[in-house]
Design a protein around this ligand. Structure first.
Ligand code: HEM
Length: 496
């Protein structure tokens, strides 16, 4: 039995060594020091707890803001913070840079053939349908209604009771639950789960957490073959993934079947939520299931991470918080409307500035189909991994100036000195927080509506004060988050 297991591992290692030797002989470009067979494993190990900042330093030192990383057991990886390269991979030569099998294999058991995890025609047809549905005016109204209901009936009363009890709460967890509720309401049309972080996480959210955690671990594993063997044997984390995926699939399938009945009986309109729209478009149940799971996955942790970092940054910049408050209070409505949100330009600038420094998706990779050449002269071999790196890009002096590490929302205005006014149009390849090009995040507009609505509604009623003065740690997983959450005290704002 042992020999039977060892043989494929040895064969795989032999294949990797031969492949790496061949690759290192080819052009390397800038990057960490490389050695035959092990590549940059030693420096990688030394910097394992600060990979993002290490890559950022290497990228800053590189004349073209691009580095080449050879790692034992991984494809040759080109990491770039160069907007021209980013535009090339995400738009100009989009067809040569799909997500690729190494990516889709990791998430395949969980996301199946959902939009987030497919390339080519399968992606294209879903994108077409979803873009149409996502940009629909009725969906925007639906999002505003979902937000109003979730905040007025859940979040704000909960914050009120936390303020009265002077109780510490993990704001990140609270916002994660809120984002999960909102994305479930919009995608599945299901009623909300409880927000209170002192109560257990609802089973569907727990299954989602488990599945995404194991998939993230697959992605970070030094050798893929290990998780593949565990999956084949059905043990450990792979067993837990299988159970979690079964739970998510069962849950969503029941919802699809019930919704179909309601649509047939005329109890639900086809435009009420994404699920009803997909059903009405005539897709098969499995395809619909995978589509909505992709949406929930894409929309759940991103907005909560962005808002958590913004609340922390505002607590470090009380002057900006006061100015923001003035802007929000200028809107007289009790419940914020879609048109009023558009007037909150400082809030939008603060969100962009917060995501520049702490992007919810810190890095994202594609895999080259054929040999290619990036605009900065870096050669690409078929099979290479090409990573654009929003975290590093937000910290490049070449892109943002000498104050690149500072939180300065004014940098987003055309004329910050003249009562601010309009926001700049920043090139999406310099700020690819939502990706850019044909595969740009479908939920971008919805994400801004949601974040602006939630942050403004909280700020105008409550002060949020972190209990610790330590600098939080940014952890990149599938979606980045704050290590250990953000423990805060909530205070009701007095009249001004
Ligand atoms: C601050 C919030 C958000 C950020 C920073 C963000 C960022 C991103 C990024 C970087 C991608 C590309 C990922 C990849 O291709 O590997 C993406 C894709 C996507 N996002 Fe978002 N996202 C956010 C919120 C949302 C929301 C709220 C939704 C909707 C519920 C959503 C739906 C999607 C979908 C469906 C895709 C796949 C698009 C495609 O492959 O064609 N996102 N997002």
């Amino acid at each position: 039995m042992v020999l039977f297991l060892l043989f494929p591992i040895l064969l795989y290692l032999f294949h990797v060594i031969l492949r790496d030797l061949r690759r290192i002989r080819k052009t390397s470009g800038h990057g960490p020091p490389n050695y035959p067979i092990i590549g940059c494993l030693i420096s990688f190990y030394e910097h394992r707890n600060r990979l993002l900042d290490w890559y950022t330093e290497l990228l800053t030192e590189s004349a073209t803001n691009t580095i080449v990383v050879h790692r034992f057991g991984a494809p040759r990886t080109i990491v770039t913070a160069n907007p021209e390269n980013v535009e090339y991979m995400l738009k100009t030569n989009f067809n040569n840079f799909p997500k690729g099998k190494p990516f889709t294999e990791i998430l395949g058991d969980f996301l199946g053939c959902g939009i987030f995890n497919v390339d080519g025609e399968l992606w294209h047809s879903q994108r077409k349908l979803a873009s149409h549905e996502f940009s629909a005016k009725s969906l925007r109204e639906f999002v505003m209604n979902a937000l109003e209901e979730e905040l007025e009936h859940q979040l704000l009363p909960l914050l009120e009771s936390l303020a009265c009890a002077n109780e510490v709460v993990d704001l990140q967890e609270l916002l994660r639950r809120l984002a999960f509720n909102i994305v479930c309401k919009i995608s599945l049309g299901i009623d909300r789960f409880c927000l209170d972080p002192s109560l257990p996480i609802p089973p569907l959210a727990r299954a989602f957490d488990m599945a995404s955690e194991v998939c993230a671990r697959r992605g970070a594993a030094p050798l893929f073959i290990i998780w593949k063997i565990k999956r084949w044997l059905g043990v450990g984390s792979e067993r837990r993934l299988k159970d979690a995926v079964r739970e998510v699939h069962a849950y969503v399938t029941v919802i699809i079947q019930n919704r179909k009945k309601k649509i047939n009986q005329g109890e639900v309109r086809s435009e009420d939520d994404l699920l009803s729209r997909f059903i009405s478009a005539g897709y098969e149940d499995e395809v619909i299931r995978d589509m909505v799971i992709s949406f929930i996955m894409a929309g759940r942790d991103t907005t909560s991470a962005a808002m958590t970092w913004l609340f922390w940054l505002l607590s470090c910049h009380p002057d900006t918080e006061q100015e923001l408050l003035k802007e929000i209070e200028y809107v007289r409505e009790d419940v914020l409307g879609f048109e009023s949100l558009k007037e909150l330009v400082l809030l939008k600038a603060c969100l962009c500035e917060s995501m520049r420094l702490y992007p919810p998706v810190a890095w994202d990779s594609k895999h080259a189909i054929v040999n290619d050449l990036l605009p900065d002269g870096t050669p690409i071999n078929a099979g290479d991994r090409l990573t654009y790196f929003p975290y590093g890009m937000g910290r490049m002096e070449a892109l943002w100036g000498k104050d690149q590490f500072e939180f300065k929302p004014d940098r987003w205005f055309i004329e910050p000195d003249k009562e601010r006014g309009a926001l700049k149009k920043v090139c999406p390849y310099k700020f690819p927080i939502f990706q850019a090009g044909p595969r740009v995040c479908l939920g971008k507009e919805m994400a801004f509506i949601q974040m602006e609505y939630v942050v403004a509604s909280i700020l105008r009623r409550f002060e949020i004060r972190p209990v610790s003065s330590d600098r939080p740690v940014f952890v990149p997983r599938l979606t980045a988050h704050m290590a250990g959450g953000l423990k805060v005290l909530v205070r009701k704002r007095g009249p001004r």
